[in-house]
Design a protein around this ligand. Structure first.
Ligand SMILES: [Zn+2]
Ligand SMILES: [Zn+2]
Length: 286
């Protein structure tokens, strides 16, 4: 878990990002704010277990769930910093339609940095294409990637007005990991999550929704808006039970307690859910 946080600037939780490690290969999911520091934190928390897998030269593929800024704002960092630290191949980015435009504009925005690092006095001998991004736009639900380690499928589920908002299902020889960055059950979240060994999913409070700083002026308006983007606790509980997930991991939590009570949201969720569940913290390894 590289970043378990959300839009709210929580000093203990970076923006949403994770890494799935299969054998010697690392697959990043989402690029939230602080991903570069989140990688360092995770590596330093588990030096024997994963530090080598999070080395900059291994950060060569990234899968975006959707194009909300909180899931993509770390993209320049995870593109440019690992390159500056020795990534030898282009970064491959998979994401919804619109990813290409986002990346083309980032490439324009960072021309000055790219030129200076490639040709300035501090430039070192590098692979000629290593600074590039190769973009793979996902046209629709289904298989998006396969290699000797893992099969990766993407399934759309609803999240506000996005036409594409993907949950990823990673299938390796011995494990299924599902990752829903944001969004509701409606759509094909079931195809991502069914029988998963690990299901990473957002969690929002219903009890404290009156304190939400967005969604409308009244509780009714906030509820209408927020539940068009996110899963209610009781819905997630019923869904995870029905899907037979072995371990649920909550992340990207909306805990609107005021004053902030870190454990209140999980206490609320456990009123609905009796299965195995863990509220992720940055640097956790599952
Ligand atoms: Zn979102
Ligand atoms: Zn989000």
């Amino acid at each position: 878990m590289l970043g378990s946080g959300g839009v709210t600037p929580n000093p203990h939780r970076h923006g949403p990002s994770g890494a799935v490690i299969v054998n010697d290969t690392t697959y990043l999911i989402d690029a939230g704010e602080g991903i570069w520091r989140g990688l360092a934190r995770a590596a330093m928390s588990h030096p024997e277990q994963i530090a080598e897998h999070l080395a900059p030269y291994r950060l060569t593929s990234l899968f975006l769930t959707h194009l909300h800024s909180d899931h993509t704002i770390g993209l320049p960092a995870v593109w440019l910093m690992p390159w500056a630290y020795g990534r030898e191949v282009p970064l491959e980015v998979y994401g919804p339609v619109g990813t290409r435009s986002l990346i083309e504009h980032l490439e324009q925005a960072y021309q000055g940095d790219l030129h200076e690092r490639r040709f300035g006095p501090g430039a070192t001998e590098r692979e000629i294409d290593a600074h590039k991004i190769i973009t793979h736009e996902i046209k629709g639900s289904g298989m998006v990637y396969e290699d000797g380690n893992v099969k990766i499928e993407a399934f759309h589920h609803e999240h506000g007005s996005f036409e594409q908002n993907f949950a990823y299902r990673f299938t390796s020889r011995d494990r299924v990991i599902a990752w829903a960055g944001d969004g509701r059950v409606e759509g094909q979240l079931d195809r991502a999550a069914r029988d998963a060994d690990l299901f990473f999913c957002e969690l929002s409070t219903e009890d404290m929704i009156a304190n939400a700083n967005w969604g409308g002026a009244t509780v009714e308006e906030k509820a209408r808006t927020i539940w068009s983007y996110h899963i209610r606790p009781k819905e997630l509980a019923a869904f995870a039970t029905e899907m037979n997930v072995k371990q649920l991991v909550t992340m990207h939590e909306r805990n609107y307690t005021d004053p902030y009570e870190p454990d209140a949201l999980m206490a609320e969720f456990k009123r609905h859910y009796s299965g195995a569940v863990h509220s992720a913290r940055d640097g956790d390894v599952f």
